[in-house]
Write a protein that binds this ligand. Structure first.
Ligand code: ADP
Ligand code: MG
Ligand code: ZN
Length: 482
């Protein structure tokens, strides 16, 4: 029998704000433990929370970026439980009236494992606000608590069970991160715990409408480990079902070193968190006008921008995908491509040359020594035949990187203009033929490819400046005549 997996993700993202969700303590990573605290985020009795308007605005912004409906009326609720990471013994969250409902994120292109990924929209059930909890560090028999993280604004983004493969889950996470980074809502740095993900997965025979028993996987600290854990968990569930086992609803932990999921606890009955409306906070209302005001501050959604790049600049969907992965890069490309006669070549230069060099030097696009205008000018010089592609690559572009100067200046100063003049190129052709009797012989013996070698020699003799299109017929003429 054939099976398919059903996957739904619950993603927690810290919201980038100046201060914490309900107090004035700084929302900052990496400070000395327990230096960013106050009676509110330490849960002292009698302290009163005040909702952070910037955090609320950013969660609404996240909803708008994902096409959600923003609630006109929402409220905060208490989720009651005991754990040392939560000194109040309850967490302020949102239960039945979250800020955002019903959005979607498109995925597609090429999957993480290299297979093509069909275009598809992954539904978002809801986005609600929570406060983050303290960080526990286990030291042998004791544990240490750092409350700096307690009360940091967090949003939980719950997806519909719409994903079917590990690649789709990976693509969804990548797209979500991209959207949140674009709008400056979260830095989404998983290493700093700013983005955390729980995976829900079940399997069912292909064609069956009902879902199978859901298993939740925790402790996933990278998109890669989400992918790996699914590649392990899906076949494990299928095997169990095939063997006639009845799966239980349970929570498992991903062990990255062993590459397996391990049972943590079995969900016997739903937790009773005794949710009730938070009495110390007012409900939050949003008018259409307020929502539109927030919408007006948002950047273009990355996948909309990607599709626009394809139609507006005529580049391939893959190039558009690469160029829109991060907003600063998309801004860079657009600044170069707008008004350029060669937007496709500009894309090529950025993807094949610029990104390679930046990668080698560990620089971000923001630190790029070449301005977008100079990048466009370089593509224009090649496209318009002023210099050859080979001179651009070997000489002009490296000089631009070193000096930050305009390519036209470099070309003029070093005399790098392409040689189109037949008589000048003929001189190089004669030299190339004289210096390479073996290739000439091979060509005449019928090995057509040898002429490409000779074109290469002409380019070399001209230090890359000869127009290769002009060199080819001149070479043929001399060879066939001789
Ligand atoms: P719970 O009440 O256990 O938290 P929810 O209904 O809130 O469950 O769903 C949590 C997540 O699990 C959501 O992302 C949802 O899409 C996903 N999910 C729900 N049912 C299934 C299932 N049978 N298989 C896989 N994922 C599921
Ligand atoms: Mg849930
Ligand atoms: Zn505080």
């Amino acid at each position: 029998m054939q099976y398919e997996a059903v996957i739904g993700l619950e993603v927690h993202c810290q919201v980038k704000t100046q201060s914490k969700m309900f107090c004035g303590c700084a929302n900052r990573f990496g400070a000395e433990p327990n230096t960013l605290t106050c009676p509110v985020c330490l849960g002292y009795p009698g302290s009163l929370p005040v909702a952070n308007a910037e955090a609320v605005r950013k969660i609404v912004a996240a909803g708008l970026m994902c096409g959600c409906t923003i609630s006109k009326f929402s409220k905060f609720d208490r989720k009651n439980y005991f754990y040392p990471d939560m000194p109040k013994n309850y967490q302020i969250t949102q239960f039945d009236l979250p800020f955002c409902l019903g959005g979607q994120i498109p995925v597609g292109g090429k999957g993480f494992s290299g297979q093509p990924l069909p275009e598809k929209k992954i539904g978002i059930t809801r986005i609600h606000m929570e406060e983050d909890v303290a960080k526990l560090t286990h030291l042998g028999k004791a544990s240490a608590v750092d409350y700096n993280r307690a009360g940091v604004p967090l949003m939980e983004i719950v997806s519909e069970p719409d994903m079917r493969t590990p690649d789709e889950a990976y693509a969804y996470l990548t797209a979500l991160k991209q959207v949140l980074e674009y709008a400056g809502i979260s830095e989404c740095d998983m290493e700093k715990g700013q983005m955390r993900c729980d995976v829900n997965v079940s399997v069912r025979p292909l064609g069956r409408a009902e879902f199978g028993t859901k298993i939740e996987i925790k402790n996933l600290n990278s998109f890669r480990s989400v992918h790996r854990s699914l590649c392990h968990e899906i076949p494990r569930q299928i095997e169990a079902v095939e063997a006639g086992e009845k799966l239980r609803q349970e929570t498992r932990r991903w062990d990255d070193a062993l590459g397996v999921t391990i049972v943590m606890r079995v969900k016997e009955h739903a937790h009773d968190y005794r949710y009730f409306p938070e009495p110390d906070l007012m409900p939050v209302t949003h008018t259409d006008e307020q929502i539109e005001k927030i919408r007006a501050t948002l950047p273009e959604v990355p996948f909309v921008r990607r599709d626009r790049f394809v139609t507006e600049y005529g580049i391939t969907p893959y190039d558009a995908h690469v160029l829109t992965l991060e907003k600063p890069l998309a801004d860079y490309y657009e600044a170069a491509a707008r008004g350029s006669a060669n937007p496709k070549q500009v894309a090529n230069w950025i993807i094949t040359e610029l990104l390679r060099v930046l990668g080698e030097r560990g620089l971000t696009i923001r630190e790029c020594p070449v301005t977008p205008a100079h990048m466009a000018e370089l593509a224009g010089l090649v496209g318009g035949g002023t210099i050859t592609g080979s001179v651009a690559k070997s000489t002009v572009f490296p000089a631009m990187l070193e000096s930050g100067r305009a390519p036209s200046e470099i070309v003029k100063e070093k005399g790098l203009e392409q040689v189109n003049d037949d008589s000048a190129i003929e001189g190089f052709v004669t030299q190339a033929i004289a210096a390479n009797p073996k290739a000439v012989e091979e060509y005449r013996a019928g090995k057509a490819a040898s002429i490409q070698f000779l074109v290469g020699q002409v380019m070399k003799l001209s230090r890359g400046k000869a127009n290769p299109q002009a060199a080819l017929p001149l070479l043929k003429k001399q060879l066939d005549a001789g």
